[in-house]
Design a protein around this ligand. Structure first.
Ligand code: SF4
Ligand code: FES
Length: 217
């Protein structure tokens, strides 16, 4: 039995008004993220047996307005997500050529471990910074922005650099690693933030790809 199964059982047998979100039930959609025994987790991926506790405490994610019971308004997460400019802005519009990303390229190496974000918002809940600074981009938005900055197919460099290289971007992170511990996809979020901190000091680092014909797809 998972925590999500338990919530359905309570809804069926004790309180039909109990509200919570879920969709895929296999750890893919991210909608069932909540705080279980004081840590943000996916309810559908958390087995009751593994928690080894007689009483299981469930609560809505931190840093989000509560709409009802375990349902939160995800707007704070997606407001920041949008600031990191997550969509692809192709360097060549209408290009039909298949983009090949060599796995040993810089982008290929980062993407292999960092591309599986399901926008569950658990990392944002686990991070202590949004509590004192709601304008902080947050780990998921920064990680996504880094992937786009490294992506040779993408051309929107200046706007993304402006978002991440700011007081509310990577420089606000205190490297507490809470986001990494919470991420159900094991994305090394702090690695992305530290990588950006190091490389933002290198002039031209992310703009170089715009003038390199070998990276334009
Ligand atoms: Fe969820 Fe991980 Fe994506 Fe954060 S980075 S939103 S914890 S999947
Ligand atoms: Fe989709 Fe849990 S219901 S991740």
């Amino acid at each position: 039995m998972t925590v999500l199964d338990g919530l359905f059982e309570i809804q069926r047998k004790i309180d039909p008004s109990l509200s919570f979100r879920c969709s895929c039930r296999v750890g893919m959609c991210g909608s069932c993220a909540m705080v279980v025994n004081y840590e943000p987790r996916l309810a559908c991926q958390t087995r009751v047996e593994k928690l080894k506790s007689a009483v299981i405490n469930v609560a809505p994610l931190h840093h989000y307005p509560v709409m009802k019971d375990l349902v939160v308004d995800m707007a704070p997460f997606f407001d920041q997500w949008k600031k990191g400019r997550p969509s692809l802005h192709p360097a060549i519009k209408g290009n039909k050529k298949l983009a090949i990303v060599p796995p040993d390229s810089e982008f290929g190496k980062h993407a292999a471990h960092k591309r599986d974000c399901i926008t569950c918002g658990a990392c944002y809940s686990a991070c202590s910074i949004p509590g004192s600074n709601p304008d902080y981009l947050g780990p998921a938005a920064i990680n996504k922005s880094l992937l786009r900055l490294l992506d040779p197919r993408d051309s929107l460099v200046a706007d993304r650099l402006q978002a991440v290289n700011s007081e509310t971007g990577v420089w606000r992170c205190h490297a507490q690693f809470n986001c990494v511990a919470a991420c159900p996809k094991s994305i090394p979020l702090t690695d992305s933030i530290m990588y950006l901190k190091r490389n933002l000091a290198r002039p031209g680092k992310f703009n170089d790809k715009l003038s390199d014909p070998n990276t334009a797809h």
